[in-house]
Design a protein around this ligand. Structure first.
Ligand code: 1PR
Length: 523
């Protein structure tokens, strides 16, 4: 029996699913006594340090946790569950950590995208039973803006390189904690969890072939989901956002089955977009939540879900806010939520007043779950102009001339799945959303969607150079070379594709095989 500390924020569902997939049962902590009585305690943390410590204080878990740690019974902390062990964090200087390990938590100060999101390797500093069965070159999933700095080097189990070398896991007796997420790290992550559960695993120190670790470019499979005319929930695919063919909604398969297939084929992440979310409300549209619950039982890579994340009033006048919608998605197994239409409206309101309200979906969700949990999905299309000063938008000079020979264009944001164009450009939207707390930009392109013509490199460059958060390039992938192009000609950290994977034109493994040796990928 594993005891799991759930303090109410972030995704504990995926940790429970991963542990249960290994044949263990999980008991969730309901009181301080449960912590004191635990035989093996897992503390997964996602979100913000200050919020986490305040909740632990309110629930009176701090003293039982300290007592448990000092008893040296098996403990596994994950992400914030590692950071909580330290004395304090720059993220919330006025709040104390558990202080079990001397040292503090610092924000990355680097010339790279922050948060550090994605698959990176480990430099092994000591032997540990949690490494039993690893070869050494495996990559693990990270998502964080802060990292721990230990005063005593003897607790450092692994380090990872991102701008500089930082501590990615610690061990002190039976107390083990990782900055990466084993529950989201595919097979390698399950090996680590299994070793933690099975205390008899042989301690080893794997040997890596490279001197430093490197963050992999991510390949993301995207599933656009909606009900078809027969009310079946299907994965569909648009051609420049038009998902109908001969009057019928294209049906490319079942969401849970396809997601499982992509996990098995090596997808680094899976994204579900509920593309009718602008008119359906997710808390009424339960099948999407069920898709997440089912998928997260067997898919151990990060899951993002988008569609309908906004404030909403139902037909009985009951008001829901975007945070409640997001919370339900996280509880059902999502690791990140993606906000589309509402992000455009939020950015417009911010640009009008120049003030944050603190209440927008982006601000509210990032405050509770952390910036890394908030993706903004952008649905832009090109608008051609004759000169850079013709409009008050971020205009670029383009190598792909417009229908009238125009040499300039801007990228107009749309809402409601491309149905409504707004007076806002994609570069400004991305900048404002970063300021308000978004952790990642999912950059679609209506002109390229479903065309197989390749990614819109000019769009991706315009946005990726304007923000410091990671950008996911999306729309237009048709050949393996397109992935190489987007990773070498832009600063995109990941590339997302849909049609070529659904239609089995190019398997994910073939994309990775082509990139291997040219661009860092997770094998
Ligand atoms: O506005 O917060 O409710 O979110 C709705 C979400 O649904 C948005 O993220 C929006 O991008 C998405 N969406 C809405 N309508 C459509 C549509 O296609 N009619 N899909 C849609 C967007 C674009 C990509 C696609 C890539 C790759 N789909 O996600 O997967 O373009 O495709 P490809 O590789 O085949 O070219 P809200």
């Amino acid at each position: 029996m594993i005891t799991l500390l759930d303090y109410g924020a972030g995704n504990v569902r995926s940790v429970i699913n991963a542990i249960e997939s290994l044949g263990e049962t999980v008991k969730i902590v309901a009181s301080g006594e449960d912590i004191l009585a635990a035989e093996k305690l897992v503390f997964p943390g996602v979100g913000a340090f200050g919020n986490m410590m305040r909740i632990l204080q309110e629930k009176k878990y701090v003293d039982p946790l300290r007592a448990y740690l000092h008893s040296n019974r098996p403990f596994l902390g994950i992400c914030l569950g590692l950071q909580a062990l330290f004395e304090h964090s720059e993220e919330a200087p006025d709040v104390n950590g558990l202080g079990f390990i001397a040292g503090s938590v610092k924000r990355f100060v680097i010339d790279l995208s922050v948060p550090h999101i994605g698959w990176n390797g480990l430099n092994f500093k000591q032997t540990s039973r949690i490494f039993s069965g690893l070869y050494g070159d495996e990559k693990f999933y990270f998502v964080h803006s802060y990292h721990v700095v230990a005063d005593d080097a003897s607790v450092i189990l692994t380090t990872t390189d991102y701008g500089y070398e930082f501590v990615s896991s610690i061990q002190k007796g039976n107390i083990i904690a990782t900055q990466f997420h084993p529950e989201k790290s595919g097979r390698a992550g399950l090996v680590i969890l299994q070793n933690f559960l099975k205390t008899t695993a042989e301690p080893i120190r794997p040997v890596r072939s490279a001197a430093t670790t490197a963050l992999a470019k991510r390949i993301i499979a995207c599933l656009d989901v909606r009900s078809n005319d027969q009310s079946d929930l299907v994965v569909t695919k648009g051609d420049r956002y038009d998902v109908r063919e001969g009057g019928e909604v294209r049906n490319l398969g079942k969401p849970v089955e396809l997601a499982q297939r992509y996990y098995a084929e090596g997808a680094d992440e899976i994204t579900f977009l509920n593309i009718t979310g602008f008119r359906d409300f997710p808390l009424e549209d339960m099948p999407m939540l069920e898709v997440l619950r089912q998928t997260s039982k067997n898919v151990f890579v990060p899951l993002t879900i988008g569609g309908g994340i906004r404030d909403y009033t139902d037909k009985d006048g009951h008001k829901y806010d975007a945070l409640e919608v997001a919370a339900e998605y996280f509880r059902s197994g999502a690791d990140k939520v993606s906000i589309g239409s509402d992000a455009v409206l939020i950015a417009e309101a911010y640009l009008q007043t120049g003030r944050r309200t603190g209440r927008s979906a982006i601000e509210a969700i990032s405050r509770v779950y952390g910036n890394q949990a908030v993706v903004v999905s952008v649905d832009p299309r090109r608008v051609y102009v004759n000169s850079a000063d013709e409009v008050n938008h971020a205009v670029i000079e383009t190598a792909i001339a417009g229908p009238g020979g125009e040499r300039y264009c801007w990228y107009q944001c749309t809402i409601k799945g491309g149905r409504e164009g707004r007076d806002l450009d994609a570069v400004t939207l991305a900048r404002v959303c970063e300021k308000l707390g978004a952790g990642e930009i999912l950059l679609n392109c209506i002109d390229r969607d479903g065309t197989n013509l390749g990614f819109d490199i000019e769009l991706i460059n315009a946005v990726a150079t304007a923000v410091s958060i990671p950008v996911i390039a999306s729309s237009g992938a048709g050949r393996v070379e397109h992935f190489h192009e987007v990773f070498t000609a832009t600063e995109a950290e990941s590339a997302l594709a849909a049609g070529i994977f659904h239609r089995r034109e190019i398997p994910i493994a073939e994309v990775k095989k082509y990139l291997d040796g040219k661009v860092e990928v997770r094998r």
